[in-house]
Ligand binder design. Structure first.
Ligand SMILES: [Zn+2]
Length: 284
């Protein structure tokens, strides 16, 4: 019997992602406000199907929408750190990045009574300092990188990257990477945000996209006895009616195909059990 795990992750950015880009018009804010409607629909669906999930929530969302994030916590879902603002860590410098980690975790601990174990960088844009800062702050895992698809691995620190010389890989660390990918994220398929043009909706047929998402699982099932597949959704994106229908369909098919749904934190535990020495991407 294969162990085929699926992690559903929801980045509950709401207005924070727009605010971080100075998109603060009433219309831009309303786009984030819709995330509350989307979150309610998602929480109801997950409760009905008894599916656990992980929500990465910026402190800005936690403190702006207390009853919504309380409902996420009350639903038994894991809450991970997604910064306090939604600014890219790569733009903040080490001190600013550390401050974001701290204030984001304080907001989560005030909500849940427990420090978050996982982190996802806003926009998945880690800095060269992120892995060390996450280890210093006691995080177990990150979920922002794309070095594998079905097998988590140990995050490296201190890579030397040069244009005219080969890579010098830094050492593996204790931080577990739970990989993601743009193709398994709702936003690039359905909505994108350009710096000049504002919000650019992408008229993608949701039923075509869900076939890609299902096939990603089917490939894992065909070729792996053990694996973790992580999907990334945003309540203000996937929460639209026609997209909720494909999310319902996705969950039904995955369950029928044999997926076991886990929070990312629990999937890290399974990874540690399966690979006690960790998985390294160095020296391949
Ligand atoms: Zn985000």
């Amino acid at each position: 019997m294969a162990d085929l795990f699926v992690c559903l992750s929801f980045d509950h950015d709401n207005v924070a992602a727009g605010v971080a880009r100075d998109m603060v018009s009433p219309t831009a804010i309303s786009r984030g406000d819709f995330g509350i409607t989307g979150a309610r629909r998602i929480l109801a669906l997950l409760a009905e199907r008894r599916i656990p999930s992980t929500w990465f929530i910026p402190g800005h969302t936690i403190e702006s929408y207390p009853s919504c994030v309380q409902a996420v916590h009350a639903g038994g879902h894991e809450i991970g750190n997604h910064g306090w603002t939604h600014r890219s860590p790569a733009t903040l410098g080490p001190a600013g990045e550390a401050e974001e980690l701290t204030s984001g975790s304080i907001a989560i601990e005030a909500l849940t009574g427990r420090k978050p174990r996982g982190y996802r960088a806003p926009g998945w844009e880690l800095s060269a300092h992120s892995v060390d800062l996450l280890l210093d702050a006691g995080f177990l895992y990150d979920s922002s990188m794309m070095g594998q698809d079905y097998i988590p691995y140990q995050a490296r620190t201190g890579d030397r990257v040069m244009l005219l010389d080969p890579m010098e890989f830094g050492p593996d660390t204790e931080l577990v990477e739970m990989p993601v990918h743009w193709s398994l994220d709702d936003t690039p398929h359905f909505e994108s945000v350009g710096p000049a043009a504002g919000i650019q909706p992408v008229p993608m047929n949701a039923r075509m996209v869900v076939e890609n998402w299902i096939d990603e699982f089917r490939y894992m099932k065909k070729h792996y006895d053990w694996g973790v597949l992580t999907y990334t959704f945003h309540p203000h994106v996937i929460g639209r009616g026609h997209r909720m229908l494909v999310l319902e369909h996705l969950l039904a098919v995955l369950r029928r195909e044999g997926a076991t749904f886990l929070t990312l934190e629990d999937a890290v535990t399974e990874y540690r059990r399966k690979f006690p020495d960790g998985v390294s991407l160095r020296g391949r």
